[in-house]
Design a protein around this ligand. Structure first.
Ligand code: AMP
Length: 309
């Protein structure tokens, strides 16, 4: 089933303890699109870029089967730019720059060919834009998943809360879940967030895996212990692309299938962190994803006889 993805298509400049990049291809929409494309899902991006965005990057998305006709090009404008520096633990980072540029005045227009999609991934960008996209569907998609970040909690709280009230699944990291709910315990935070609209909540914990909450049920998936972690940028977005991509591919939005989707998203994200920017996703070969999915399965499988108490 087809998938519409909204999110930044951007330039990133990244610094990690292992190196530094100039402006490279980045953006939430890019990572989500590439991850869904890797799963051979019919993914269509809605976004905005400036005249400075190289055509070869759009071509790259097209080569993954990702439709880009919903990406507006503002010839005289500049593309969204983000710069970040990771701390030594690679789990936390400082944002050094967020230049909205063409994103500041973006009014998304959903092409006709996008309107019948059954899955909608609201990747990280202005909550108002996320809302405008939902409103343009003649029929509500079967599943709406939303990602966001602290930047929007700090700058557009009311709009953000409104959009959160319109979606089925929210994916955020642990720090953001605490900020959104005002609760330190993630269980309490989840309970509170599940009263704000979404029926499902995914809390991403970086190298410590991800939690899926629904009613009183919780599922936990670890992250694969990896030998090489170079750059976590885009891991959350790749996870989201793998998660909704799996659901769109299978057409099944049950809690049981969401557990599998979490494993698929986590396996996909493990490739992103191994190299800078989108290189890890681009280096994936046929068979690699399933090897990682098998490793996940082995990692968490165990037999135990209950002990005598
Ligand atoms: P992640 O590491 O999964 O949180 O995603 C990092 C990506 O999000 C980078 O490629 C950035 O271009 C993009 N990004 C960073 N800040 C924002 C923001 N405020 N809104 C939208 N996208 C952003």
């Amino acid at each position: 089933m087809s998938l519409v993805v909204v999110g930044t298509v951007a330039f990133d400049a990244i610094e990690t303890p292992f190196g530094k990049t100039d402006k490279i291809l980045g953006g939430a929409g890019t990572y989500i699109g590439l991850a869904a494309g890797k799963l051979n899902v019919d993914a269509k991006i809605v976004s905005v870029i400036g005249g400075d965005f190289p055509n070869e990057y759009l071509q790259l998305l097209n080569n993954y089967g990702v439709e880009t006709s919903g990406i507006q090009i503002i010839k005289e404008g500049k593309t969204f730019f983000w710069a970040g520096r990771y701390h030594n633990d690679m789990n936390s980072r400082d944002t050094l720059a967020t230049e909205l540029n063409v994103l500041a005045d973006f009014d998304p227009v959903l092409p006709e060919s996008y309107k019948s999609a059954k899955f909608l991934m609201l990747g990280n960008l202005t909550p108002q834009v996320q809302k405008r996209v939902i409103e343009q569907f003649p029929e509500r998609p079967k599943l709406i998943v939303m990602d966001t970040m602290n930047y929007w909690m700090n700058s557009a709280w009311d709009d953000l809360i409104e959009v959160i009230g319109m979606v089925d699944v929210l994916t955020i990291n642990d720090e953001e879940a605490r900020q959104l709910s005002g609760e330190y315990s993630l269980v309490r935070a989840a309970r509170k967030i599940l009263t704000m609209g979404p029926k499902y909540l995914v809390i991403k914990k970086g190298e410590h895996g991800a939690l899926l909450f629904h009613n009183e049920s919780v599922f936990f998936a670890p992250a694969l212990p990896l030998e090489e972690v170079f750059d976590p940028t885009g891991a959350g977005d790749t996870f989201a692309g793998g998660f909704i991509g799996y659901l769109a591919k299978t057409g099944d939005i049950s809690f049981e299938n969401m557990k599998r989707a979490i494993i698929c998203g986590s396996a996909m994200a493990s490739f992103t962190v191994e190299k800078f920017g989108t290189e890890g996703l681009q280096a994936m070969q046929n068979g690699d994803l399933n090897d990682r999915i098998r490793q996940f399965s082995e990692l968490v499988q165990f037999d135990i006889d209950l002990v005598e108490e």
